[in-house]
Design a protein around this ligand. Structure first.
Ligand SMILES: [Zn+2]
Length: 353
């Protein structure tokens, strides 16, 4: 029935699980033993946009034991074309993506411990949010966060899988610190430069997101089941519009800032800016490091005559032409401006310094 189950293991494949995962276990690369390892595995996913949602969906269906999902954003109608975990009701309610994802994933596979965390990963909370997970998966939409993840992974000797997509093009690579090239090996001299093309400027197609997420999760499954010899060891890129696929072995940089010189500038350097661009026409501002009482704020704003909407996780109000969304950790996303000075003044006027 479940022949190779280890006696005493908390994560043996019981008859119902055997049925649930039968097609995956019939695959020789996984088998019953691999499934037991998946059930005992844990991974943290940084970002739950398009790639992140596809990754989370595949991980949870595969029966990975525990998945933490970190995301700073909320669901909007423009996400639904490619972010496969979310629906129109999530967008209407402006649910945080981490919460909407957690709810949907629990309904898909209630045996997986899914934990959605509404937060912006940064130098101050990286230890708390990423620490203790043996595998970090990239679902982010920006290189600042990727270099932070790379620094954390190299410093703590944690495997992570880089994945990105924009327009019809995507790229992915598995990084095992000390054994493979890291992200800084590849992009060292151009860190932060020439990487401005984003989904908000040139768009992104759903199909490329799913190709890249699929490659990412296949690699994650090899790592989680101890099949390291099956890792592709390549940097794979593809363009679903032209049909061009490329696969090259990435080379370590013998002078790499991160994995050779151990200079973790993104992790230990000067604190991250409190104001960051967030999409084409939005600014994120995070100057408070303490929780905010959303109820009290709502009453204060209502008294000014502002139109205020609130759910359990955030509060949103409009001050034309701006729309301001505030999370309980004090973070705000201000839509309608690219100007940090405007954002800062709106924040101190309506939320407080
Ligand atoms: Zn490196």
């Amino acid at each position: 029935m479940n022949g190779s189950s280890k006696a005493g293991s908390l994560f043996y494949v019981t008859p119902p699980l055997h049925e649930k995962y039968s097609r995956q276990m019939l695959f020789k690369g996984i088998s019953t033993e691999g499934q037991e390892r998946l059930l005992a595995s844990r991974a943290v996913l940084v970002g739950c946009g398009a790639i992140g949602a596809a990754v989370a969906n595949l991980l949870v269906r595969a029966g990975v034991g525990a998945v933490r999902i970190i995301d700073r954003d909320f669901v909007e109608p423009s996400n639904l074309q490619r972010q496969t975990l979310f629906d129109e009701a999530d967008a209407r309610e402006a649910l945080p993506k981490a919460i909407a994802a957690e709810r949907k994933l629990r309904s898909i596979n209630s045996e997986v411990r899914v934990e959605g965390v509404v937060a912006d990963l940064n130098t101050r909370n990286a230890d708390e949010l990423l620490g203790g997970f043996p595998l970090i998966l990239d679902g982010t939409d920006n290189f600042e966060t990727r270099f932070l993840v790379n620094d954390f992974a190299v410093k703590t000797n944690t495997a992570w899988i880089y994945a990105a997509a924009v327009a019809s093009y995507g790229i992915t690579m598995t990084i095992r610190p000390g054994q493979t090239a890291c992200l800084a090996c590849l992009l060292g001299s151009s860190e932060g430069a020439g990487l401005e093309e984003t989904c908000d400027t040139v768009g992104v197609l759903g199909p490329v997101v799913n190709v890249i997420a699929s490659l990412e999760v296949a690699e994650a499954m090899k790592l989680m089941t101890g099949r390291e010899s099956a890792l592709h060891g390549r940097m794979i890129s593809c363009d679903v519009w032209t049909g061009h696929f490329q696969s090259v072995p990435p080379e370590r940089n013998p002078a790499c800032r991160a994995c050779v010189r151990h200079e973790f500038t993104y992790l230990e350097g000067e604190a991250q800016p409190h104001i960051t661009m967030c999409g084409r026409d939005s600014v994120q501002i995070h100057e408070r490091h303490r929780a905010l009482d959303l109820k009290a704020l709502q009453q204060r704003l209502k008294a000014t005559g502002a139109e205020v909407r609130q759910n359990d996780f955030l509060l949103r109000f409009r001050v034309p032409p701006y729309e301001i969304t505030i999370f309980s950790d004090g973070r705000a996303i201000l839509k309608g401006t690219k100007d940090p000075a405007v954002a800062r003044s709106l924040y101190s006027k309506y939320i407080g310094a």
